[in-house]
Design a protein around this ligand. Structure first.
Ligand code: HEC
Length: 466
């Protein structure tokens, strides 16, 4: 990573998961022979909305399928769910909802995994098949939640940063990627444990991420373009000095682990990049960021390294181009999470680490890349990557004619930050193993180490290309 990263980690504060055990799905376990027969298996009662379905929708779906949010319809009441009973079962079985692209059978367990369990999927199917019964009871429907009235989910932040002006998203047209410069007005360096994105208008804000700018690059871009902010598809579009993670629709926010902080230098500008998806009506947005300062002493500072391949070349018409990228781990680190990043032509993305002894650790697998859901996946447990390890990314791209291809007919595509260019970046959030910034003499030097390494790599590659 580095100060020169153009792409952004969409640091979402989310992740989730379960290892899916097939056994749990099939309610029909056979009686082992030769053993005394146990009690007869209880006949599974027909699921009802009140008892079985509503809790699933409340836990897994309404974060987006509620008024004022990105889901195209609400799933809060019996009437709303009954109308679509079969669709709900279909998307659950296809695992296309909730949107979560990580392969649960690969890599470590992830935080915030919203994936439905096999038995939840079976409930949705059985409910639809049974004609979507409401079930006994007279309890009132839970009050419908309007996403736009919702408060901060982590409580009042210590610092709130807000877009300095409203931005109007037109009714139609292509998605908009817009950066807004927000002066932080922080007089000193601070460490934050969480950043909460509060879209001003959740119907149009699909993703957002934020970057640190100490050199005024964002202000210059802003001045050069009319209207609030400036356009940049991939990240801040200027040389940045750190990143603040991101927001994806439906994300849960959480604090970093105790003792870990994210640095915002005093005097920094924060560049907020927002991905807007027009809704058919003009919409106005003014997104805010809530910063929570670390309450506990900060021992380690998280920074985002990356495996990139800026030499990628995708020949026009080729449906399956393999591209690889590596990051050589310069000091002992612990990895907390990853953010896979590609654009419209990505097909799949897999990240592993080879440790110095040759052992391989799985990190993440995205079997069907979807450029709309650029999430950050946080690991449940930290993963130690000793100095000398290599993080590998292997990805495939489809540059044949297809609806997501920005070029029609397809053209050769190379590295670049625009919507019509491609990128391959495996961001990995790391802390320095053993770092204890509370001890005298310890420095938060991981960002410098990573930036130096990144620049050396860029220089080497440029030189090699001549
Ligand atoms: C992170 C936000 C989010 C969550 C959580 C979510 N949805 Fe969706 N859902 C969407 C969006 C956005 C769409 C519109 C299509 C798209 O962009 O993929 C959608 C579309 C759908 C559709 C229409 C499918 C189609 O092909 O158009 C169904 C049905 C659906 N969701 C059901 C569910 C169910 C059931 C759950 C919970 C198990 C759920 N969704 C959770 C965001 C979400």
């Amino acid at each position: 990573m580095g100060t020169r990263r153009l792409a952004g980690p969409v640091l979402a504060a989310l992740s989730m998961v379960f290892v899916l055990t097939i056994a749990a799905v099939a309610g029909a376990a056979e009686q082992p022979t030769g053993l005394p027969a146990g009690p007869a298996p209880k006949p599974t009662p027909t699921p009802t909305f009140r008892r079985d379905v509503r809790p699933i929708l409340q836990a897994r779906c309404v974060t987006c399928h509620r008024k004022g949010d990105v889901g195209p319809f609400q799933l809060e009441t019996f009437a709303q769910a009954r109308k679509r009973a079969h669709d709900l079962a279909d998307v659950a079985e296809e695992r296309s909802m909730p949107p979560w692209k990580a392969n649960a059978k690969f890599g470590p367990r992830l935080k915030h995994d919203p994936t439905l369990t096999p038995s939840e999927i079976a409930v949705l199917r059985a409910w639809a098949e049974a004609g979507a019964p409401q079930g006994e009871g007279t309890d009132a429907e839970p009050a419908a939640v309007d996403a736009s009235d919702e408060g901060w989910s982590l409580g009042e932040p210590d610092v709130v940063l807000e877009m300095t002006e409203e931005f109007t998203v037109p009714a139609g047209g292509p998605d908009i990627y817009r950066c807004f410069v927000i002066p932080s007005r922080l007089s000193r360096d601070v460490y934050i444990s969480a950043i909460e994105y509060r879209p001003g208008n959740r119907k149009v804000v699909h993703h957002a991420m934020a970057f640190i700018d100490m050199k005024g690059g964002g202000r210059e871009r802003d001045k050069a373009e009319s209207g609030p902010g400036y356009t940049s598809y991939s990240g801040a579009g200027v040389v940045i000095d750190g990143d603040l993670g991101g927001f994806a629709a439906g994300n849960q926010v959480s604090h970093l682990p105790d003792g870990v902080g994210r640095l915002i230098p005093g005097g920094a500008d924060v560049i907020l990049q927002v991905h807007y998806h027009p809704t058919g009506k003009p919409e106005v947005d003014r997104t805010r960021l809530g910063l929570h300062l670390c309450r506990k002493p900060v021992e380690q500072s998280i920074h985002w390294a990356n495996a990139t391949n800026e030499k990628l070349r995708l020949p026009a018409g080729d449906p399956n181009v393999e591209i690889k990228a590596d990051w050589h781990v310069p000091v002992d680190v612990e990895a907390l999470g990853v953010t896979p990043h590609m654009h419209q032509l990505g097909r799949d993305f897999r990240m592993t680490a080879t440790l110095p002894g040759g052992a391989v650790r799985e990190l993440i697998d995205i079997p069907r890349w979807d450029p709309s859901w650029q999430n950050t996946y946080y690991f449940k447990e930290r993963i130690l990557l000793p100095r000398g390890s290599t993080v590998h990314v292997v990805a495939h791209f489809d540059n044949s004619a297809h609806p997501l291809n920005p070029h029609s007919p397809p053209k050769d595509v190379t590295w670049g930050p625009g919507a019509a260019d491609e990128m391959l970046v495996g961001y990995i959030g790391v802390v320095k193993k053993g770092q204890d910034l509370t001890q005298p003499g310890q420095k938060d030097d991981l960002f410098q180490i990573l930036s130096r390494q990144y620049y050396r790599k860029v220089v080497r590659e440029r030189f090699a290309r001549r």
